[in-house]
Design a protein around this ligand. Structure first.
Ligand SMILES: [Zn+2]
Length: 424
């Protein structure tokens, strides 16, 4: 199984300068390549990776600055560009602007890379042209290196190795549980078995400091040194917030996925939802833009990155991750199937107007999400007959649908063992 391993690099000042240069050349190659592709598209033609790579090799004779960077990383930049254009369309791919850009380049060939461990916490990697670079051995590599990506994030440089760890992806999870997850603005995730996973990602002190820096930034001139320093400090705060969030996502994903064969999430249009969250949280109309950055940090639970963490964990355990249509999940009664907005008394409280079923609205949402994931959302209709509590109820359709997805025939799944009970 391919896994990622990221370490902090200890570049010497000369190496850092060189790496910065590599990054700039990659950026230039990306932008030139993109311009060329757009030119071709405007004429109704198409240029692909192979031709671009050949032209770049020829261009080296004329533009000697291209030779300063290892040719593999430049080819990789063109390959990434090719991929981006194929996925998003040539005119949707963005320029790598100098202001936004954090240097990043990949060495795609493992034959040019060698890693050596030097001590308990020290190791080094040999990278083309940069030579031996020390890095902090913060965790074992655990396999053979396939490629290495060097990036800078603020002041620090990092190397991410793609590692083949020699394990096989489990085809099917041996667990028996199943869980529905409801993601929200107030709580990151509520599960169908009643768990609530959440934490604040920014501390009050950081929020205050960030607010001051925003004011300070407004008083600086564009392009000034003070502005740059101020932006650096702001980014440092946001980086800590981001790291905290990522860490929490990874932990929560383990908590949710482990022990379950099926994980059901709502299919969220994250981009559209963040926009509304931003709008409702700020005073409409006044200073929305200035406050947006901070509010985003407070509000942002990182739904998309959480889903990625769940899928990543599921890859290791063999659990199936499904997404279902989230419409009315928070207003449907999990006990009798009655759908009405009045069922939801407040943000947190759910009381069914027909049968009187009560629960936390997020848990109810998660139960309904799970119920839909069982049978597939196309075929799903609210249940008419009272059934047992959602997380513990299992219908045979759900098992066979899951088994088919996991690649087992439904006969062996249904006949292999007596109907299991899913008591919590
Ligand atoms: Zn009801």
């Amino acid at each position: 199984m391919l896994v990622g391993r990221k370490y902090r690099l200890m570049l010497t000042p000369e190496q850092a300068e060189m790496a910065e240069g590599f990054g700039n050349i990659c950026r230039a190659v990306w932008n030139t390549g993109l311009e060329q592709r757009r030119g071709y598209r405007r004429r109704g033609a198409w240029i692909g990776y192979v031709q671009q790579a050949r032209e770049m090799a020829e261009a080296k004779a004329e533009h000697s600055w291209l030779k300063a960077a290892p040719s593999h990383i430049l080819q990789q930049a063109l390959r990434d560009l090719d991929q981006a254009c194929r996925t998003h369309g040539t005119f949707r791919v963005r320029w790598k602007a100098k202001q936004r850009w954090q240097p990043s380049f990949r060495f795609p060939d493992p034959r040019h890379l060698s890693v050596e461990r030097l001590g308990r916490k020290r190791a080094r990697v040999r990278l083309p042209k940069l030579g031996w670079v020390a890095f902090r051995w913060s965790r074992p590599l655990g396999g053979s290196v396939k490629s290495a990506t060097v990036t800078r994030d603020g002041k620090h440089w990092y190397v991410s190795f793609l590692v083949e760890d020699g394990t096989r992806e489990p085809a099917v999870s041996l667990e028996r549980g199943r869980v529905g997850v409801d993601r929200g603005v107030v709580t990151l995730a509520a599960t169908s078995d009643g768990q609530f996973l959440d934490r604040g990602f920014i501390t009050p002190g950081e929020a205050e400091r960030y607010r001051r820096l925003q004011q300070q930034l407004a008083r600086t001139r564009k392009g000034s040194k003070r502005r740059k320093a101020c932006q650096g400090k702001m980014r440092a705060i946001m980086r800590r917030v981001r790291d905290r969030r990522q860490d929490f996502h990874a932990r929560s994903a383990c908590q949710i996925v482990d022990g379950n064969a099926l994980v059901v999430l709502e299919d969220l249009n994250t981009a559209g939802m963040t926009a509304t969250a931003r709008g409702t949280a700020t005073e409409p109309g006044t200073r929305v833009r200035q406050k947006a950055g901070l509010n985003r940090a407070i509000l942002d639970k990182g739904w998309h990155s959480f889903e990625l963490a769940v899928r990543n964990r599921a890859r290791r355990t063999g659990a199936v991750v499904r997404t279902v249509n989230p419409a009315h999940t928070s207003t449907t009664c999990p006990a009798c199937g009655h759908v009405h907005p009045d069922n939801r008394k407040s943000q947190a409280k759910f009381v069914c107007t027909v049968c009187g079923h009560t629960g936390h609205a997020d848990t109810v949402g998660a139960k309904n999400t799970l119920a839909r994931g069982h049978v597939g959302h196309r075929a799903w209709r609210p249940r008419r007959q009272p059934v047992r509590e959602a997380p513990t109820s299992v219908n045979p359709q759900g098992i066979s649908a899951l088994a088919i997805e996991a690649g087992i025939s439904s006969a062996s799944a249904a006949g292999g063992s007596p109907s299991p009970s899913y008591e919590t």
